[in-house]
Design a protein around this ligand. Structure first.
Ligand code: CMX
Length: 133
């Protein structure tokens, strides 16, 4: 696989309204984008911090993956996202290595990026996202 850097860290929060000002204070920077990703049943808020980003995730439905996560584990780091050169090729290589793919082909994520998730059961318990550069 060819991963270049950490594109963002996804953090599950109960409420963006509460979390955004807290993270703006912590990072000393303003949230630059709030976006709903209907397909993923989340509302997201982004912050730039150096070469990477922080993505806050709020569930928009009871059956959202983020709602399930919050119920089981509470607020906290939900996933790590790597920038990948050639997303489909990286997915094919991951599958060849025996990594379980949640998405066998790329789909559209926040900020218009093509993304795909790898199952946490095959990535050391960390939900992992690949983002096409
Ligand atoms: N990180 C680590 N482990 C996780 C996890 C996460 N974010 N989410 C679930 N798991 C673990 C659970 O703890 C559980 O482990 P155990 O079997 O040991 O209890 C196991 O995975 C199954 O979890 P579950 O609650 O039964 O949930 P599902 O199997 O229904 O779904 C997953 C889990 C990862 C397949 C699903 O959440 C998914 O498809 N995620 C990718 C999409 C996503 O998260 N979208 C939201 C973000 C979108 C964005 O960034 O734009």
């Amino acid at each position: 696989m060819e991963l270049t850097h950490i594109e963002h860290l996804g953090i599950a929060v109960k409420s963006l309204e509460i979390a955004i000002p807290q993270w703006e204070k912590l990072l000393n920077t303003k949230c630059y984008n709030i976006e709903e990703v209907t397909e993923q049943k989340v509302r997201t808020a982004f912050f730039k911090i150096g070469a990477t980003k922080i993505e806050l995730l709020e569930a928009t439905a009871e059956d959202s993956p983020v709602a399930k996560f919050l119920e089981k584990k509470g607020e906290g780091v939900h996933h790590i996202a790597f920038a990948a050169k050639g997303l489909q090729q990286n997915l094919d290589e991951a599958a060849e290595m025996g990594i379980q793919l949640i998405d066998k082909t790329p789909r559209k994520g926040a900020e218009g990026l093509n993304i795909a998730f790898l199952h946490p059961k095959s990535t050391g318990g960390v939900l992992t996202e690949l983002c096409e550069l």
